[in-house]
Each structure stands twice: as C-alpha cells, then as structure tokens.
Design a binder for this molecule. Structure first.
Ligand SMILES: [Fe+2]
Length: 247
C-alpha cells in the first residue's frame, strides 16, 4: 500500500501540476493533503479543482482557516503583510469553494495492512500553528503527542521536509509543494524559496516500511508568468524568489 502526502501548496498550481504528474507515475493508493492550499499564490481555484479531481483527503491548515476568516489572521499566525493576499484569494472563491475549505479535517488516521498506523495533521494534532522541526525539544513533542498511540506522525506547516525518530515512533514532514523554504521561518524574516516542489510517499510492502521524500522540479518561468498576470498583492515577493535561481 502506497500513500502520497502533499502539503502547503499555497496557490502554486504550477508546482502542484508537476507533483501530480510525478504522483501519476508512482501508483499511490491514496493521496492526503496536509493543508494550506489556496492562500498566497496566483492560482487558488485551479488548486482546489485539482484536489477535488484527485479526491484527496484534506487536512485544515492555518492559512485555510485564515482565508475562511481573515479578521482572525493574527490568531492563525499570518504575517500582517500577507493579509491583502488573503482578501485577493477570497475574491477568486465561490460559496461552494468556501464550503469545500470548511469541510477540511483537523486530523486524519490511516492504517497500513500490517497494522502500522499513521496520524496526519497540519502543525501538530492539537494546532495548525504548532511548528515541529528537527530541533524541537522532546518535551515539547511529548506535549503534542502525549495521548496519541499511532506509530507514524506526519504534518506540514514548516515547509521543510523532515524525517525524525521520536522514541519508537517517526515524525515526518512532507515539505511544501508550492513554497519550499530554504530555512525555517522566523518572525520578521520573510522566507526564501527553493526552486522545486516537495512531497512524500509512505509505503508498506510485505514486512518493510519505506519513506520516500521526493523533490520535483517545475516550470519556474511558467509560474513567474502566472504571478505577473495575477495582480497578486504579494507578486513582488514571488518574483524576487526566482530572479537568480538555478536548479
Ligand atoms: Fe504553509
């Protein structure tokens, strides 16, 4: 059984298209989206339609909550200069699209045939804004996972791929499809982007478990054109990311 995990697409349909083309070749049985789907990037609607088409299991992210209720953006830890992008994104969405976003789940559990179970979430099982990194202290992890019995934990939110042991368990982050960060976000420092998309596949095959952290290159020139055509309030930041990028 093979399960794909995509996260933090952030309206970057160019990156999502490339990832979905790769996933098509990977024979996944199920695709789970770990949240932050439409805000920030130029093509929110195409992203939502792709998720519908692929019948992904959808987890709620902090940006999804913020686009549903932008007046509470600070509560969802959205930096103030990104708030105009939330309103820009809202104008692209229909009432059905908002209903679709509202249907996203906080967590999702799934089990491989051998009994190994997985818990999916955005930040942590308790909050979309909890940031789990390779350096997060074990006592903080204990507070996030105290009551959880699953063997594998997988989330997004940090925009950085991670494969970390936690006692007998695994904590994974599939990275970001549309907004892969060079370094972890810290308040006051706008992040810089890597010129590729990230996602993960987990597989149980007989008595083995595989974690595949994948990187997919996408058409940066096409994204730049789509950003230029979009009138996104945050367009200048997107364009700066790719000025000097080489794969
Ligand atoms: Fe995100």
């Amino acid at each position: 059984m093979r399960i794909g995990f995509i996260s933090d697409i952030h309206g970057n349909f160019t990156a999502l298209e490339a990832v979905l083309a790769d996933i098509k070749k990977q024979n996944v049985d199920q695709l789970i989206c770990l949240g932050d789907v439409v805000s920030l990037g130029p093509e929110p609607l195409k992203v939502l339609n792709a998720l519908r088409e692929w019948k992904t299991v959808n987890i709620m992210g902090n940006h999804d909550l913020a686009i549903l209720d932008p007046e509470k953006a600070a509560q969802y830890e959205i930096t103030e200069h990104l708030i105009p992008d939330l309103y820009w994104g809202r104008e692209k969405l229909s009432p059905e699209d908002f209903d679709f976003l509202r249907s996203f789940k906080n967590t999702h559990e799934v089990q491989f045939p051998n009994g190994v179970d997985i818990l999916a979430f955005h930040g942590s099982p308790l909050s979309t804004t909890h940031l789990i990194q390779a350096t997060t202290a074990p006592d903080v992890l204990d507070s996030y996972f105290a009551d959880r019995t699953e063997y594998i934990f997988i989330g997004g939110h940090s925009h950085i791929q991670m494969h970390r042991r936690y006692g007998k368990k695994l904590i994974l982050n599939s990275g970001s499809v549309g907004n892969a960060f060079v370094y972890a976000f810290s308040p006051g420092n706008p992040p810089n982007l890597l010129p590729w998309a990230e996602y993960a596949i987990l597989e149980q095959e007989d008595n083995s478990l595989h974690v595949d952290m994948r990187r997919v290159y996408f058409d940066i020139n096409a994204l730049v054109e789509r950003v230029k055509e979009s009138n996104l309030p945050g367009a200048a930041w997107w364009l700066r990311q790719y000025q000097d990028q080489k794969k």
